[in-house]
Structure formats: structure tokens, C-alpha cells
Ligand binder design. Structure first.
Ligand code: GLN
Length: 437
């Protein structure tokens, strides 16, 4: 099929189904998309096309795409039109990826369920009464339902892996620094990473290869090693994360354990139990960091330069963080919260490094529980606990991926595979072995 034929099919699907799923907030003008698809097909014919030619892509509403309404799914930015492209967008366009629209999300990426968008919750394509997970809810749902081949999301504490797991797609959180954050609207600049979601590991790998690498406009970005750091031992050793005290549903544990056993014995891999000390403090460590950094980043939304004043227009979860972040910042002259959190963050990072001396990857479920029904009353603590298994990777800055490995009661469940910093190639190789039922 040509790109033009495929994109027409996607647009048809979007017209019919987006009103039910609410995965996309804005679609580019159809004429523009079709014209670009024709151009790409011409390039393919001439053998001149880029690596992403033929791939149809949507972008989370917190990554700047010139001319599009990058609202962060918030009333605060509902009229904001991006005046420039994020670096990842420039790279995608250079390789002929066809961006067709902007995906819904939790407001300002501050969420875990896909319910806090000011423009309505995203519905799970598997069962429309269920949450999709978040905050990259629209990106995961759009891939799952077939509106596109690939999507960009952002992950501060689990926002790519969490909805990928619940929607049954693959989602990669790159190592901190692997992908430029230039043009991403921050939730927490010391933790955020942009990353790809797709139906399979191959497409996730393809998109990651295009967006990764050093960018002059993001000083924390760097080149990733071109070759997979082979297992230092010549054989893969899989670390199985000790889940004690993390409140994981027994059915999820069982499914993941069975899968790890099956894939390890099929590939001749060894397994070993791994304990990350103080992992139970990860959620408590993460939130003060996010509150403070988010508060600081939102000071520009003062209603003067662009957008509305955040305190006047944001939803309750965003307000909680802005007000909480302000309070913590006031207490900061004593270094009580932020600095203590930084110390625990460093401890958890060191724990991962120590363990990666004896294992190649660490596996666990992505989520501790199955998704709830949209609108169900969930306490703040229960919601925050949703990311108990994904947050540690952001604190450590390493790379991790969610790969679908089965279903419980018809609901997709993902395995999380974590590798050391900048070992994405090894991670993607191991992920490929886990793919498929
Ligand atoms: N659920 C976490 C939070 O609410 C993670 C969000 C994210 O990764 N963007 O902060």
C-alpha cells in the first residue's frame, strides 16, 4: 500500500472513531496531509526516502509542532499555537515521517490515568469504560486503535510505559539525555524524557533511532553508543525485581513470572532475584521533585505573554502541584524537601548501578494493578501509587520499556524491562524476545 492509501485509511478511521475514543485533539488539514503523503510516495519511488517514509505519526500535546495547538490538554494553553518545532519533530520530518495530528493527554502530563485532560478523558480502545492510563493517554490509544503507526509521548514517572501497558502497545522511556527535550513543555526537567510508542518493538526502535542523539539546544542530551553493549558475561542474566511491599496484584505477578520463565528458558538466559534497596521510597521521593520543578516551570504561565494564568485556568491535579510546589519552595531555605529527595534519588541511582554489575536487565510488571473505570473515585495516594514500578527508572535516569505480554480479564498487561543508562540497543534486543504471545 502507498503512504497516500494508508493515510487515507487512518483519516477515515479517525473520522469515524475519534469521537468515541477522544485520543486526538487536533488533526492537520486533510489537504496538507494528502499532499505530503504524495510527496513521500514520490521519494519512495525514486529511492530517496528517509527512514520513516510511510510511517504515520501523532504527537503528544506537550511537544511543539509548528502551527499546531500545543495545549498540554489544558485551558491554560487552549489558544497557544506553537511558533517552532521541537528538535524531535525536525528529526522526524527530515526522515519523512508523516505527522498527522496532536494527541490528548493528562493536563500538563501531570497524571496517570488519562482522565485529567481539560478536553475530556481518553477512552481505552479495548473497553471504552476503562481508563487508558496516562499521561500519554492519547498517544497509546491512537496507536492501539490504528489511527497511526507510531506516536511520541513523554515520560517523567511512567507516562509512556503506563498507558502502553494498559492499551497493549510498546512504549520506550529512553535514558535521561538520550533524546533532546528542546521543545517539550516541562513537567519536571530533571526527569522528563520524550519517547516512542508503537504496535511493535521494531517500530519503537525505528522511531527512537531517528529522534535520539546529541542536540546543541539541549545541554543534557548526548550521543548514544552506536553498538549494543554486549552482555559482559557473554550470556544474558535477567534480574527479577523483588516486589515485596510494593502492593502488586498477585495475578499480575504470576503472569509476569510465567513469561519471564518461558522466555528465559527458550533463550538460555539465567535469572536472578534483584533487590533495589529503598525502592519503596521512590514515589515519596519523586513527587517533591516534580512539584518543585513543575511550580518553577509554570511561573511563565502568568496570563501576560501567552495563555491564561495557570492558577485561574488549570484543573485540580495541576493546581495541587502548583500550590504544593510553591509551599515546598518556600520551605527550601532550609533545604528540607527538595534536597532530601535529591539524596534519595542519588541513592536509588547507585542501587541500580550496583545491580547492573551482575545482571543485564531488570524485569517487573509495569503497573501494580489493573485499570479502573473512567470516573471511579480514586484517592490521590492510590493514583500516585500507580507509578510505583515505573518511577524508579526515571529517578535513576536509565532506560526502560513496556512490552505487552498477555491479558488478565481481557485487559492487556505489560512487562517492564529496565537496562542501564544508554543501553537502549541491548534493551530493545531483549524486548524483542518478549514480544508476541
Ligand atoms: N503519574 C506521574 C505523575 O503524575 C507521571 C507523569 C509523567 O510521567 N508525565 O507525575
Amino acid at each position: 500500500m502507498t503512504t497516500l492509501e494508508r493515510v487515507k485509511e487512518c483519516l477515515g478511521k479517525i473520522k469515524k472513531e475519534n469521537c468515541k475514543i477522544n485520543a486526538l485533539l487536533e488533526i492537520r488539514p486533510e489537504g496538507e496531509i494528502l499532499k505530503e503523503a504524495e510527496e513521500i510516495d514520490k521519494k519512495i519511488k525514486r529511492g530517496r526516502a528517509g527512514k520513516l517514509a510511510g510511517k504515520i505519526i501523532v504527537v503528544k500535546a506537550n511537544i511543539n509542532v509548528k502551527g499546531m495547538n500545543i495545549s498540554c490538554a489544558s485551558k491554560v494553553l487552549e489558544d497557544y499555537k506553537a511558533p517552532y518545532d521541537a528538535s524531535v519533530i525536525e528529526r522526524i520530518e527530515k526522515e519523512d515521517g508523516l505527522i498527522i495530528g496532536i494527541a490528548n493527554m493528562d493536563e500538563f502530563a501531570a497524571g496517570f490515568s488519562g482522565e485529567t485532560s481539560a478536553f475530556g478523558p481518553v477512552k481505552n480502545p479495548v473497553d471504552k469504560t476503562l481508563i487508558t492510563g496516562g499521561s500519554s493517554s492519547g498517544s497509546a490509544a491512537a496507536v492501539a486503535v490504528g489511527f497511526c503507526d507510531m506516536a511520541l509521548g513523554s515520560d517523567t514517572g511512567g507516562s509512556i510505559r503506563n498507558p502502553a501497558s494498559i492499551c497493549g502497545v510498546v512504549g520506550l522511556k529512553p535514558s535521561y539525555g538520550s533524546v533532546s527535550r528542546y521543545g517539550l513543555i516541562d513537567l519536571s526537567m530533571s526527569l522528563d524524557q520524550i519517547g516512542p510508542l508503537a504496535k511493535n518493538v521494531k517500530d519503537v526502535n525505528l522511531l527512537f533511532d531517528v529522534i535520539k542523539g546529541k542536540d546543541e539546544r539541549d545541554a543534557t542530551s548526548r550521543e548514544c553508543p552506536a553498538h549494543p553493549p554486549q552482555s559482559k558475561r557473554g550470556e544474558i542474566i535477567v534480574g527479577i525485581l523483588d516486589l515485596d511491599c510494593l502492593g502488586v496484584d498477585e495475578r499480575i505477578k504470576e503472569l509476569i513470572n510465567r513469561k519471564v520463565e518461558e522466555i528465559s528458558s527458550k533463550n538460555g538466559w539465567k535469572t536472578k532475584e534483584v533487590n533495589i534497596e529503598n525502592i519503596d521510597l521512590a514515589v515519596e521521593t519523586y513527587y517533591p521533585l516534580v512539584y518543585v520543578e513543575f511550580f518553577s516551570a509554570t511561573r511563565r504561565f502568568d496570563g501576560r505573554r501567552y495563555g491564561k494564568k495557570i492558577e485561574d485556568a488549570a484543573g485540580p491535579e495541576v493546581l495541587r502541584r502548583v500550590l504544593g510546589g510553591g509551599e515546598i519552595t518556600k520551605a527550601e531555605h532550609e533545604g528540607r524537601y527538595y534536597n532530601s529527595a535529591i539524596r534519595v534519588k542519588e541513592f536509588i541511582r547507585a542501587e541500580f548501578s550496583k545491580n547492573f554489575r551482575s545482571v543485564d536487565c531488570i524485569v517487573s510488571p509495569v503497573l501494580p494493578r489493573l485499570p479502573w473505570k473512567i470516573g471511579e473515585k480514586i484517592s490521590v495516594e492510590e493514583g500516585y501509587a500507580m507509578d510505583v514500578l515505573t518511577i524508579p527508572s526515571n529517578l535513576a535516569g536509565n532506560c526502560s520499556i513496556s512490552v505487552p505480554v498477555g491479558k488478565i480479564d481481557g485487559i492487556p498487561v505489560g512487562i517492564q524491562i529496565i537496562c542501564d543508562k544508554f543501553e537502549e540497543e541491548k534493551l530493545l534486543g531483549i524486548a524483542r524476545a518478549f514480544e508476541g504471545d
